[in-house]
Design a protein. Sequence first.
Length: 487
Amino acid sequence: MSSSCQSVNYSNKGGLGVGTSRNKIAIIATLTTTFWPTYALPQQGGAGGLQFDFGISSTMKVDDNFTLAPTSPGTTFIFDNKLDFNLSSVTPIHDLNLHVSTVLRYAEFPGRTTSGIEDPTLRLNYTTGNSNSNLALDARYRRADREFLNPFAVEQDETDPTVDLLGGGGTVTTRRAGLTFQTGINDPLGFTLALRHDDKSYSGISILPPATQARLFDTETDRINATVTMRTSPVTQFRLNAGLTEYDAEDSVLTDRTTQDYAIGIVQDINPVLVLDAQIGRTRVETTTTGGTAERSSTTAAVTLTQTLVNGTVFGSANSTLNQNGTRATLRFGRALQLASGTFSGSLGATRGPGGDNQIVATLSYDHQINSSSDIQVTLDRSASTNNASEDVLDTRLSVNYGYAIDNLSRIDLTMNVARSENIDNSTAPTIDRQSFRASYTRALTPDWNLTGGFQLRYKKDSTVPAGSARSNSIFVTLDRSFSFRP
């Protein structure tokens, strides 16, 4: 987010039994354990080398219904002190990024208090290679109190629509590890191997309602994917792909699922500005539960046609995929363009799921510098997916951020988030609505210190809670400092 208020931090802060093949994948992925950050660390002036970044922030917050209960139990006071450490090292042959953070927290809830070191987070990303090959290692560890998680700050690759919007309580621990090796990038024959291990576990959730507990169960997923590319001419490239996914869940029926994917594809430059990307394959899904074993298999396909224009691209795509519930077909048309003072990309389409219901899907990303002192960002994602409980859900999320720089030292930020998760194709998933609005004023006290104050309004409605919707109002003040140095 750009502005003339250079000394203010402009980021918008929210209020957050296994088979043999499975074991082999898990062992390989675990041996590659490093940690991937959610953002790239700054390199001053674009220079490489070693850089250290430190951050500290203290936030006091008062909320009249922090747990978003239909009837507020009383006022909550929270005092958080967040510590951040970032290290980055960039050379011509490698890129290393490390992020470590934790929160020293004291909170007074109605009838109880909590304090201690919370939300330890560790991420690291390392890549190395040359013009013809590349190796990337990544992983992550985080243990968070679910009461303090912001459902609008869930990382893109960790979303589970139904779980993200549920109420808090207990703790969730996330571990991730992965390796990707690519070679032959510029050769007629290329090869890519990707391994990934993900697991999520919960504890202390016995205090939650039974309907919520039933959706919070430990899961573990291991993936291996291999791709061979063959360039037969400057405008034609073929690919062969094979993948294996093992999923294990400690749910009520002890789900164990194996998914096998095979596909052959082609990327063809029809002319200098028109590209065809198409593939056809076969997917097999075998699911074992306490009730027995079920198997699905089907042909899958995908095709995308992209046209390059003077100021961007336009595309159309169609695909058919298979999971444990059946086949889903999706058709999309999209546009991306570079504006005079911003960017725009979006798509609109329809999807048809295993139950035969048709749904509208869409994406939008709009970033505009209105003038020298104000800017706006809008993002929208409406998509259909299958959650960990094998329920088909339609997830809609809209975010609008507006910022106005009053002068070189102060700034106003407004953020609105709206989310809805609802069942489709006759699934049993609940309908959950979440909304939040945040307004803040930031003042740079010194080149390193910022003072931010404001208020936040939140709303939640869950179809499984007969007592109705819940609202909360809070005010907060944050003092933060960040600094960097190079040894």
